[in-house]
Design a protein around this ligand. Structure first.
Ligand SMILES: Cc1cc2nc3c(=O)[nH]c(=O)nc-3n(C[C@H](O)[C@H](O)[C@H](O)COP(=O)(O)O)c2cc1C
Length: 499
């Protein structure tokens, strides 16, 4: 092919010379064809891409198709049960709930009941006539003086910088309308988190963005200024994130605009790498005293930690220390390994951390074993989309849930997997002004609120169908999983319940 290209090119040039000599009015042929020839020659001589080197010009077609592979798959080729991390059925649930559209589905389920791993809930012969539950939970141990009444579904942390200004604003507006909390993520507390007055969970990560010293360490004064703000209801210390546990966070240089650099106290246009570890604490005792310090600085607001479960013995030791010292966080947010991110290292994205179902079961059991279950609330995040997902988490022991990507779908996310490239087609995870403008805050804040409201309504109906009048009756025995071709087990049997 390489030799063929050179021979064809020489012949083409000769043919063009002859044609334009004989028929000068066909000069434009050279104008059209020569750029292709130049591209082909570039391919021929370059050394980094073997396909383009072997197939000059034509190799570009394969490269182009490879780049568009995901978009074509997502939009044209996949059927309703396919697509990752979320399939079309999951996305459609959010799109419809966000749009307040037709709640029904025709014909029958497309999720096969005979597949190993398939799960469902069990309904009652006598559905409840009425479900009376405000779907709120009070977060705040006896060590905190300003407990917070939280929705059982909140917006998970997504930093300003990983998501755009309009996305942050739409989330803030939606959270205010529907009455749930917006977690800032680790990128600081910005004016966009205050625009509509929604409740805020202020998150600090290892970069201490928004409250860092020049050297990148924790700055108590800057923290206090934010923590005492009236919309800030809780504080969350991010220890690790499901998509990249044990690794630091990355904000690509392209997304580090002047404004973001200002909010984060960093240099504009540089890649921002938050370290994997905290500089404010390095063991359980130090963590406990840091939590106490933040609680004091925030005037007694609930302070929690967010982590993805990794080494179980370490987690158990940490909880044991909480119990021995009778000093602990007000909540623990567990992020499943299947959790999302704006950008992550590949090893940590694919192969690190415990999945959310096992992790919530383990965290709940450990807290129960150390008699801390009443003091420390448990939040869960990891592909929570539907009311059934919420039920599973509560059945395993979570008190409340977080959703990040579900809420992104409410903003119109199409799962194009471009969050780390600054080319998000829906204006959610990009800083490019023209793309950000495509996300209309007034419209999307209503959609976010609708999604939340309709999911809570669906949860109410789901409880009713199980014959439960409120969520105190939620139990593992009402969830079934197919474990092989002929057998099923309830969650109660699989995750041997601690009664
Ligand atoms: C674009 C994006 C940005 C995120 N940024 C943060 C962050 O700043 N801090 C954090 O703790 N988690 C962050 N996460 C993780 C989410 O908070 C959440 O824990 C995880 O995505 C699981 O929820 P999901 O499955 O509903 O998306 C981010 C996730 C996404 C998709």
């Amino acid at each position: 092919m390489r030799k063929g290209f050179i021979i064809t090119s020489i012949m083409l040039v000769l043919a063009l010379a002859v044609i334009t000599f004989l028929y000068p009015f066909l000069w434009w042929l050279a104008f059209v064809l020569l750029p292709f020839l130049v591209l082909g020659l570039i391919d021929y001589f370059q050394k980094s891409d073997n396909i383009r080197r072997t197939y000059p010009l034509f190799g570009r077609i394969t490269n182009f198709l490879e780049k568009q592979r995901h978009v074509v798959q997502e939009t044209v080729l996949l059927n309703r049960t396919e697509g990752k991390p979320f399939n079309w059925i999951q996305k459609e649930i959010v799109y419809k709930r966000a749009a307040n559209a037709n709640k029904s589905q025709p014909f029958g389920t497309q999720i096969p009941y005979d597949e190993v791993g398939r799960e469902w809930f069990t309904h009652s012969i006598y559905p409840a006539k009425e479900v009376i539950d405000d779907f709120r939970v009070t977060v705040g141990s006896s060590l905190c003086s300003q407990p917070y009444s939280s929705s059982i579904l909140n917006l998970a942390g997504m930093s300003y910088g990983s998501i755009s200004k309009n996305a942050t604003l739409a989330f803030n507006g939606g959270a205010k309308i529907a009455g749930f909390a917006q977690n800032t993520g680790e990128g600081g507390f910005t004016p966009y988190h205050q625009e509509y007055g929604a409740d805020i969970i202020f998150q600090i990560g290892t970069g201490y963005f928004g409250c860092r010293t020049e050297e990148g360490n924790f700055d108590p004064e800057k923290f206090q200024e934010i923590a005492l703000h009236e919309v800030v209801k809780m504080i969350e210390i991010k220890i690790s994130q499901g998509a990249k546990p044990g690794f630091g966070a990355i904000l690509p240089a392209k997304k580090n605009t002047k404004e973001i650099a200002k909010f984060r106290d960093v240099e504009k246009g540089t890649e921002i790498l938050s370290p994997p570890h905290h500089s404010a604490f390095g063991n359980d005792e130090e963590m406990i005293s840091f939590i106490g310090k933040l609680r004091k600085l925030s005037n007694g607001k609930p302070v929690g930690i967010k982590l993805c479960v990794g080494q179980k013995d370490e987690f158990e030791r940490m909880v044991q220390t909480f119990a021995e010292k009778q000093n602990y966080p007000d909540f623990i947010a567990i992020d499943g390994a299947e959790g999302g991110t704006g950008a992550a290292h590949m090893e940590s994205l694919h192969w690190a951390g415990l999945a959310i179902v096992e992790a919530v079961h383990f965290a709940h059991s450990t807290l129960t074993k150390h008699k801390l279950r009443d003091e420390i609330k448990l939040m869960a995040a990891g592909k929570i989309i539907s009311a059934f997902d919420i039920y599973r988490m509560l059945a395993l022991g979570a008190d409340a849930c977080y959703s990040a990507r579900g809420m992104m779908f409410a903003l119109g996310c199409v799962q194009s997997l471009k969050c780390n490239l600054d080319t998000c087609p829906t204006g959610i995870t990009t800083m490019v002004p023209s793309r950000v403008e495509s996300l209309v805050v007034e419209d999307k804040k209503t959609k976010v609120a609708n999604y939340h409201k309709n999911t809570m309504e669906a949860f109410r109906e789901l409880l009713g169908s199980m014959g439960l009048e409120n969520r105190t009756g939620v139990h593992r025995k009402y969830i079934v999983r197919r474990i092989n071709e002929t057998e099923t087990k309830t969650y109660d049997e699989i995750y041997n319940s601690l009664k």
